[in-house]
Design a protein around this ligand. Structure first.
Ligand SMILES: [Fe+2]
Ligand SMILES: [Fe+2]
Length: 267
């Protein structure tokens, strides 16, 4: 089965709003258009947070319109830029009590959408209640290949700010719980605005670029969070019958191809 991972759209509250001179809504729409054109067999799109750039009512209104219009179901979760109460007004179905956490089951596989938001903070946390929800979800679906979607990165990224001010602070508890399960195959997260892949034990992980702006990887940079102009991507996750995941990252703003002689294909 095929799933697409989109992340960090950072929508503004106005249709023509911009972030760093680019239009986040337009870029998200372009991604969905490309997915519908080239990956119409996608089971669903997971959108892993920082839905809004400054958590205004307008940003969620725009997202709601985009999601309703999409032919492929889109499942959103929250990031550090988001606001639960405003989100709730537009997407009441995604709540489990106080948090945006829910389960999607398809073709014998289980997809858990997690909430790592600590309102007003860049860092993320799950705390006891959310970890308990995760534990229960894993127990209930024991024996089925399981995949997690979350905003914050549950492992060190190598990016100074992301591993300090903006880190996931519940890693210990999180991995302790996951360590008891043999079912979790892969974790897709956002927040880094970069393509990154890693693993812990048997669990594979990846992050894909934001649909809006990106962040440079400068290992020696200990202070600055440097945004850059790398092109946005979406991640195509292809899951085998046995549950293994293959991930391709695709730049969708330019879909043209080169011919063998080096000339560009006509549109
Ligand atoms: Fe973000
Ligand atoms: Fe974030």
């Amino acid at each position: 089965m095929k799933i697409i991972h989109l992340t960090d759209p950072h929508l503004t509250g106005v249709a023509r709003g911009n972030v760093y001179g680019l239009n986040p809504a337009q870029r998200l729409r372009r991604a969905i258009k490309s997915i519908q054109q080239y990956h119409a067999d996608t089971a669903f799109i997971a959108l892993t947070g920082d839905l809004a750039n400054e958590a205004s009512e307008g940003a969620y209104a725009i997202l709601s319109k985009i999601i309703k219009k999409s032919e492929i179901p889109i499942y959103p979760i929250l990031g550090n830029h988001d606001n639960r109460e405003i989100f709730r007004r537009y997407f009441p179905d995604y709540f489990d009590k106080d948090f945006v956490q829910y389960i999607v089951e398809k073709e014998g596989k289980v997809f858990l959408f997690l909430d790592t938001l600590v309102e007003g903070e860049r860092y993320g946390e799950m705390g006891k209640k959310r970890i308990a929800w995760l534990s229960k979800a894993l127990r209930t679906h024991k024996g089925k290949p399981t995949y997690l979607f979350m905003h914050h990165h549950p492992v060190a990224s190598g990016l100074y700010e992301m591993d300090n001010d903006a880190a996931f602070r519940s890693s210990e508890l999180f991995w302790k719980r996951l360590g008891k399960s043999k079912d979790v195959k892969h974790i897709a997260f956002g927040h880094l605005h970069r393509i990154m892949q890693t693993s812990k034990g048997a669990v594979g992980m990846h992050c894909t670029r934001s649909t809006a702006f990106q962040v440079a990887y400068k290992p020696n940079d200990t202070l600055e969070y440097l945004t850059n102009k790398e092109k946005p991507t979406y991640a195509v996750m292809e899951i085998s019958e046995e549950g293994e995941v293959r991930v391709h990252h695709h730049e969708y703003l330019d879909e043209k191809h080169y011919y063998e002689d080096g000339s560009r294909a006509a549109q």
